[in-house]
Design a binder for this molecule. Structure first.
Ligand SMILES: O=P(O)(O)OC[C@H]1O[C@H](O)[C@H](O)[C@@H](O)[C@@H]1O
Length: 549
């Protein structure tokens, strides 16, 4: 039965009629305990849902909706290692990667932990050697620059975490991330590097991704040219790979000891906890990386054991569904007030939109409702000076997640309090707005003449009622970052279950890749353009006229 036919969905639809006309101002005025009732903290991570357009009954119904989608059973199935990624017949076991107990996972009969622990030990040994200056390049120099070559899940996660935890980076290694096919990404970086002290990590689960392989081949050529006669000896001293395709890495020229394995039960966008996180271990040390894993494991435990009504990922997921499917929001903004979380919006875009950006359900039938909204975002307070105008007065419903850490790890005097003041001010302004009466009396108090007040007044009113969730970390530590990221992962999982989606495949990325493969020879003039659509044919003509392929 489609989820939209469930009793909870029907009741929520009725509830929408009532709540869509209510203002957050009224909801707060009616209930002085609203913050206490609609916020929840787990291990120091605080989530405030009180500025969402919900009330107690709505929340009860949302939890009932999650139950009618059988969330408890699906959660058990995931943690039991069942092949819930049905279109690829794969288990989904990224929680195994942060399982730090000495017990099996998922079961004693099918325990992946020995392999996981083996790779963790390999990561520890390797990162300690590199960080300690014991891993030497072909000319005997220690490593100073590390370049991760990968894209999508093999780039966004480690890049985001390395940036987020930059204040924990003490070994002095310079970390770089190259993902784009465009040589404007790799070329200037190579120009700035010394091949004798540079280490490349080629991260690709499949080891076939066009962008990654092209960048890896170019980097290999660059190294070999610099190493000259020592090229063969240099390659394993300057290249390691993270992949599940061991044979392909061997063909690239790397010995088994330079290969960090991953498994088909880890999806790319869920893989930062695996050896894909090697740049994190190199940047902050393996002990720091394990703190990240510990935070994620704490969130796994909370997700598995907390009652649904007090379960952070479940609440976040269901409130998102309320905003999308009942209030009609088409987008969702991620607004981290922390410079170190600069790459979090892009990471979450892949996590959410590649997982749940679908219109077909697990059963192969069209979904009976919309699934993932469009996720976008920017760090604060920068966004305030760019697009917040639209959030405040643009007339669109845009729910947002405000994220910050109370403690700054870069304590320049006088910065953190104003940052946090802006962080708190914006969600309050979006929620409560400014009425015409308030705007009028402000203008009067400022001595603005009456005719000017009439002219200005419409511009000075803020409708408010924009819903937001505030996520507040005590500090952006590896542990709390791990919690935050696992929170979003499980939120995505819960939403996928309710929408009836397989959140772990991504067939929608294939068509463009296929077409690019067909167009490449036409662009290079090796084949004609007959049979292509007129627009593409004409564009190829232009590209060939001006391009330097
Ligand atoms: O790690 P790789 O196999 O190179 O894949 C890198 C990325 O490319 C693909 O196109 C997928 O859409 C992503 O989910 C994946 O993370």
């Amino acid at each position: 039965m489609p989820i939209t036919h469930s009793a909870a969905w029907q009741e929520l639809t009725a509830r929408r009629e009532e709540l869509s006309t209510r203002h957050l101002r009224e909801l707060f005025a009616e209930d002085p305990d609203r913050f206490a009732r609609l916020s929840l903290s787990v291990d120091g991570l605080l989530a405030d849902f009180s500025k969402q357009r919900i009330d107690g009954r709505t929340l009860e119904l949302l939890i009932e909706l999650a139950r009618s989608a059988d969330i408890v059973r699906w959660r058990e199935r995931m943690f039991a290692g069942e092949p819930i990624n049905t279109s690829e017949n794969r288990a989904v076991m990224h929680p195994a990667l942060r399982h730090l107990k000495l017990t099996p996972f998922p079961t004693a009969d099918h325990d992946v932990m020995p392999e996981v622990r083996e790779v963790r030990a390999q990561m520890r040994a390797f990162s300690e050697r590199v960080r300690g200056g014991l891993w030497r390049g072909f000319s005997g120099e220690a490593i100073r620059d590390v370049v991760n070559i990968g894209i999508g899940g093999s780039d966004l996660g480690p890049k985001m975490v390395v940036r987020a935890l930059s204040s924990y980076q003490r070994a002095g290694l310079r970390m770089h991330f190259v993902s784009n096919l465009d040589s404007a990404h790799l070329a200037p970086l190579l120009d700035s590097l010394d091949p004798r002290s540079t280490l490349f990590i080629v991260a690709s689960k499949t080891f076939t991704t066009q962008e990654t392989m092209l960048n890896a081949f170019t980097a290999r050529q660059w190294l070999c040219a610099a190493a000259g006669e020592q090229a063969a000896r240099a390659l394993p001293l300057h290249f390691v790979a993270v992949s599940s395709a061991v044979d392909k890495v061997r063909e690239f020229g790397l010995p088994p000891e330079n290969i960090f394995r991953m498994w088909d039960w880890v999806g790319g966008r869920y893989s930062l906890w695996s050896a894909v996180g090697l740049p994190i271990a190199l940047a902050i040390g393996m002990t720091g990386f394990e703190r990240l894993l510990a935070g994620a494991q704490a969130m796994d435990n909370h997700f598995c054991h907390a009652p649904l009504e007090r379960n952070l990922p479940v609440l976040m997921a269901m409130i998102g569904i309320w905003n999308t499917n009942f209030l009609g929001a088409e987008t969702c903004a991620v607004l981290p007030y922390n410079e170190a979380l600069r790459f979090l919006p892009s990471f979450l875009q892949q996590l959410e939109m590649e997982s749940n950006g679908k219109t077909v359900g697990r059963d192969g039938l069209p979904l009976s409702c919309h699934a993932n909204p469009i996720v976008w975002g920017e760090i604060g307070s920068n966004g305030q000076h760019a697009f917040f105008q639209l959030l405040h007065q643009g007339g669109w419903l845009v729910p947002s997640d405000f994220i910050a850490s109370a403690h700054s790890d870069y304590p320049l005097p006088g910065h953190q309090a104003p940052l946090m003041a802006n962080f708190l001010a914006q969600s309050a302004a979006l929620a409560f707005g400014k009425t015409e009466a308030e705007a009028r009396s402000e203008l009067q108090a400022a001595g603005v003449p009456a005719d000017k007040i009439t002219e200005l007044l419409p511009n000075k009113v803020f409708a408010g009622n924009q819903p937001s969730t505030t996520l507040l970390l005590p500090r952006l530590s590896p542990y709390h970052l791990g919690m935050l990221l696992a929170l979003y992962e499980h939120k995505v999982f819960v939403q996928g279950v309710v929408w009836g989606i397989n959140s772990f495949d991504q067939w929608g990325v294939e068509l463009g890749k296929q077409l690019a493969g067909r167009l490449l020879p036409a662009l290079c003039g090796e084949v004609g353009t007959e049979g292509l659509d007129p627009s593409t044919r004409a564009l190829i003509g232009w590209c060939r006229e001006y391009g330097n392929f």
